[in-house]
Ligand binder design. Sequence first.
Ligand code: SF4
Length: 333
Amino acid sequence: MNPRRRIIPLFVPHLGCPNDCVFCNQRKISGSLTPADGDTVRRTLELAREYTPAGAELAFYGGSFTAIPTDQQRELLEAARPYVEQGFIGEIRVSTRPDKIDPAALELLREYGVKTIELGSQSMDDRVLRMSGRGHTAEDTRKAAKLIKAGGFNLMLQMMTGLPGSDGDTDVMTARELIKLRPDGVRIYPTVIIRDTALYELWQAGKYREHTVDDAVSVCAEIVKEFDAAGIPIIRLGLNPTDDLSSGEAVAGAYHPALGELVYSRIYLQKAEQLIEKIGCRDTLTLGVHPSRVSLMIGQKRQNIEKLKTKFGIKEIKVIKTEVNDGEIVILP
Ligand code: SF4
């Protein structure tokens, strides 16, 4: 997996998916209304060729790729084959459900050179999975992850926070269980309430408490620390903003275009608090951080600075660029 490889996303909305997860309106999430077929693949790749360097990665996102009838999977992959042979496509990835992985499914993906498989594990708590209508268990995720790794594919795992029946502890437990499966990367999606979903109905009926942006920031800060400590890259935090979601389809929940920044900024706040607790309070303080992390330390609307001032009674706090490791904070004289 090359982190600098350009990704050409191709959405296969709800295609082949036998489920109706409470949070999902796949067409709204993907921003696409028609299922993809071979022509869609060719059109997308021809267009992408105009602005994308060779060696790009084609990613089938959205639905559950391996749940699509085999001939349709073949049609999509077959359409991509000439572009792979010409070197324009360097890698292919697909996303799918944990209960739709078996040796035959993997064999087909291998035949077409698929390198990376993303599993929507979402939670490792069976009660949460049941309440969310996922239709699979935590054990399905464990089995699928083992098969994928044993088959030599890259394994990416997706998890959600704030699903029905979950709380911060359940979400951190999910992160720890996913770490045990040694994925090559993870995506974290805090729950967003999207119009026309079962979750929207539950929320309106008072049967589901919204997972707010602040809830998501708190729990994701803990989860990010778990993955960082395990050396597992987080390749996405929060839903990609789309026009549909931003213009009102995301009615409540943890939808924020800069959610990842808020989470990393919270982690900087926590680290600064720990440092200040060690050295004791002062009237003025200068914090040094990596040159690219000054805004994370300061926080949106100077939130972190104001919180530190109030908590420790500090009159003035400066943040300056310093040659330290990414993620490190030092107190300067
Ligand atoms: S399995 Fe995926 S595509 Fe199917 S309903 Fe659930 S989230 Fe949506």
